[in-house]
Design a protein around this ligand. Structure first.
Ligand code: FES
Length: 156
């Protein structure tokens, strides 16, 4: 997944300044910030409000209205776990339960203390060797909860 630079208040300020002249500039600014940093840091709210002569509540309202905007850095890693039929037959749902119980990682939720998320996908084309996972472009067969947790960078 894309690596983003750390939030930089000066860089954010100049991005905002470059787009503030646009009509309805709030959304283009928010998109530009998220594209640059992977999320919209709460520190951007007063900057945008000031540049566009809006209240902080207005800017905050726009950010929370559109679910696409993140207000925290994205996870460094996304592990995709297949939960389609063949992988179900090979135990992927038990794996999902073990992952939550033993490692505190909730599939399609967020993992406690892990800088990674596990997302459900349906068929990775590796059905005979399920349960299957995809991590960093690598297809991995016969995964169990410990292996998926390790892929997340968590404890085993
Ligand atoms: S069903 Fe899981 S890889 Fe195809």
């Amino acid at each position: 997944m894309a690596q983003y630079p750390a939030w930089d208040q000066d860089e954010a300020r100049s991005l905002i300044a470059g787009l503030a002249h646009l009509e309805g500039a709030t959304l283009p600014i928010l998109h530009a910030l998220q594209e640059e940093f992977g999320y919209v840091d709460p520190q951007a709210v007063p900057l945008i409000a000031e540049a566009l002569n809006q209240s902080r509540a207005d800017v905050h309202g726009t950010i929370s209205f559109y679910h696409d905007f993140r207000t925290a850095p994205p996870p460094r890693r996304v592990v995709k776990l297949c939960r389609a039929e063949a992988c179900q037959a090979l135990g992927c749902e038990t794996l999902v339960e073990d992952l939550a119980r033993e490692h505190g990682i909730v599939v399609d939720g967020h993992g406690g203390g892990h800088d990674a998320v596990v997302e459900t996908v349906y068929c990775l084309g590796n059905c005979a060797l399920g349960p299957s996972a995809l991590s960093d472009g690598e297809l991995i067969g016969r995964v169990d909860a410990d292996r998926v947790a390790a892929l997340c960078g968590g404890r085993q």
